[in-house]
Design a binder for this molecule. Structure first.
Ligand SMILES: Cc1ncc(COP(=O)(O)O)c(C=O)c1O
Length: 329
């Protein structure tokens, strides 16, 4: 564990590694004492799930083993030992409005009695699409299951429309389990995976991705000038490596350079749409070609959406759009 203490006046500034180790041991012992059922379940789970967890990254918590959840409501989680926690993680914002909010329970109950999966559109999608257009300022919307998936669909469109292979992302970004966004700049300047992404060993690195530091306009221009970048995929504020705010004028420059070098600009609002209706894009007047968002958009139910301009909608239809039902085969 790395603890960064930047406040020179902080009383914690001079804590030694030994002291931290002792604290860690004390907290771990207390944790084990309070979570015997989680401990037992974790051991049992080794027989059926790789490393005892249903998804590889769930083994990556700072505790000796993960707590197994019994229930979660509002801002509380209760584990299978009956311990109650205040939840500051909120499903990494998927539960930004609290766990199982009443309106979501009602909507799910209503819908589940009216058919779960039909492969046909409903009129609800028009209402949602119009709301998104009004809020985010992009006229066309499509739906997906997860933010990863929304990003993947958008990247495919960008590749198809530009004929270019690469995606440019910001160093230390996270946009889901997309191969393209996992590589980062390593110590020797080559692209590599973060240690905690070793669970994704099959990710190709240089082949699909260019990576620059957020706010580094010079590097951005240098990499876009290769003219092999289909799109830049960026959060408006970086939220997955601490919070990194854009430097004044950065977003204008990002837009300008994408246009100059023929790359599409995707703004991933998955976390930042907490800025308000229309997310950071509306609050700060960004002009992306695509917006993607997921997680709390459906109160924790796996739903994601992506929006785009009418120029892109026309280009998709002109190049490879699906025929409408009235078109002859
Ligand atoms: C900015 C951002 N985009 C996309 C994703 C992917 O979300 P999901 O795992 O729900 O597909 C994440 C996940 O943390 C994210 O932080």
């Amino acid at each position: 564990m790395v603890i960064l203490i930047t406040d020179v006046k902080s009383p914690y500034r001079n804590i030694s590694d030994d002291k931290l180790k002792q604290l860690w041991q004390k907290e771990s012992e207390l944790f084990k004492k309070k979570t015997p059922h989680s401990s037992h379940t974790f051991c049992e789970a080794q027989e059926i799930m790789l490393n005892g967890v249903p998804m590889p990254w769930m083994g990556d918590w700072g505790t000796p083993y993960p707590v197994f959840v019994d229930q979660a409501t509002g801002n509380r989680i209760i584990d299978i030992d009956g311990n109650e926690y205040i939840d500051f993680c909120l499903g990494d914002t998927g539960a930004m409005f609290g766990h199982s909010p009443d309106p979501v329970i009602k909507a799910v109950k209503d819908q589940i009695c009216n058919g779960i999966t039909t492969m046909l559109p409903t009129k609800d999608s028009l209402f949602i699409g119009r709301e998104l257009a009004k809020r985010f300022g992009l006229p066309f919307w499509q739906f997906a299951m997860t933010a990863t998936e929304a990003n993947r669909y958008v990247i495919r469109n960008c590749r198809a429309l530009t004929g270019r292979p690469k995606i440019l992302v910001m160093n230390e970004c996270y946009h889901g389990s997309l191969d393209e966004s996992l590589p980062h700049i390593g110590k020797n300047g080559n692209l590599e995976l973060r240690t905690n992404y070793d669970t994704n060993p099959g990710v190709p690195k240089e082949a699909l991705t260019r990576v620059v530091e957020f706010n580094d306009v010079e590097a951005l221009e240098r990499e876009l000038a290769y003219k092999d970048v289909a799109c830049v995929l960026a959060e408006p504020i970086m939220t997955n490596c601490g919070m990194v705010l854009p430097a004044p004028g950065y977003h204008d420059k990002l837009r300008e350079l994408c246009t100059r070098y023929g790359s599409y600009l995707i703004i991933d609002e998955t976390h930042t749409f907490s800025n308000g209706p229309g997310g950071y894009t509306a609050a700060f007047g960004l002009q992306p070609d695509f917006i993607t968002l997921g997680k709390s958009i459906a109160g924790g139910i796996p739903v994601a959406v992506y929006g785009f301009t009418s120029v892109i909608a026309a280009a998709i239809n002109a190049n490879y759009g699906q025929k409408s039902a009235s078109d002859p085969m």
